[in-house]
Ligand binder design. Structure first.
Ligand code: SF4
Length: 192
C-alpha cells in the first residue's frame, strides 16, 4: 500500500509539476494553506485556480481556510520583519507557519509523509524551506521530503504544464510586503 503524503501547495501552477512526480509513489492529498496571501481577492483567485485544476485532474485537495489575521499577528511580533526583503527572515517564519499547519493536519489524518511545492520557485531559498520542514518533521515524528525542485528545472516545466492547462500565474509571492516590492519595481520600470 502507498504511503499517505500530505503535500502543502502554494498555488496551482506550482502543484502541477510536483504532483505528477509523486502520484506514482504516494497516495497524495493536497493542502492549500497560505495565510500569507494578501489581499483576500488574491487568495480567492489562487484558490479558485487550484479548485479548477483539482476538479479536472481528480486531485484530493483540502482548503483549511485563509486565516490572514493570524499570519499578520505572527509577523508583527517580530520587530522589523515588515521591512525584511523577500528571501529574508520573514520568509522563514512564513514557511514555518504554513508548514506547521500542514504537519498538524498530517498528524491528525495519519499521513506518514509531508512535502511542499514551495522549493520550485526560483524566488525562494530552498535551504530556508527545508530547514523549517526538517525541524517540524522531528517535532511531529513525520517524514519530510526535503526537495529542491528548482534543480530539476521544475519551475520552467511546471510553467509550461500550467499554461497548457489554462492555469493563470500570479505575479508576486503573496504577502502585502512582496506586493509592495512588486509595485515599486513596476513603478520604476514605468519611469524609465
Ligand atoms: S515574500 Fe513570500 S515567502 Fe516571504 S513572507 Fe512574503 S509571502 Fe511569505
Amino acid at each position: 500500500m502507498k504511503k499517505k503524503l500530505l503535500l502543502h501547495v502554494c498555488c496551482a501552477p506550482c502543484a502541477v509539476y510536483v504532483i505528477e512526480k509523486w502520484r506514482e509513489t504516494y497516495d497524495v492529498t493536497l493542502f492549500f494553506y497560505n495565510p500569507n496571501i494578501h489581499p483576500e481577492p488574491e487568495y480567492l483567485f489562487r484558490k479558485k485556480e487550484l479548485e479548477k485544476i483539482s476538479l479536472k485532474k481528480g486531485w484530493q485537495t483540502v482548503y483549511p481556510g485563509h486565516e490572514m489575521e493570524e499570519w499578520f499577528n505572527r509577523v508583527k511580533k517580530h520587530k522589523g520583519y515588515e521591512k525584511e526583503p523577500e528571501r529574508g527572515k520573514r520568509c522563514s517564519l512564513c514557511f514555518n507557519i504554513r508548514l506547521r499547519k500542514t504537519f498538524v493536519y498530517a498528524r491528525d489524518q495519519g499521513c506518514e509523509v509531508v512535502a511542499s511545492t514551495l522549493s520550485i520557485s526560483p524566488y525562494k531559498v530552498t535551504r530556508q524551506i527545508n530547514e523549517e520542514g526538517v525541524e517540524l518533521a522531528e517535532e511531529f515524528d513525520i517524514e519530510f521530503l526535503a526537495e529542491n525542485f528548482k534543480k530539476q528545472d521544475g519551475y520552467n516545466i511546471g510553467r509550461k504544464m500550467a499554461l497548457s492547462l489554462g492555469i493563470k500565474h500570479q505575479d508576486y509571492c503573496g504577502c502585502v510586503y512582496s506586493r509592495e516590492e512588486r509595485n515599486k519595481k513596476t513603478r520604476l520600470k514605468e519611469k524609465f
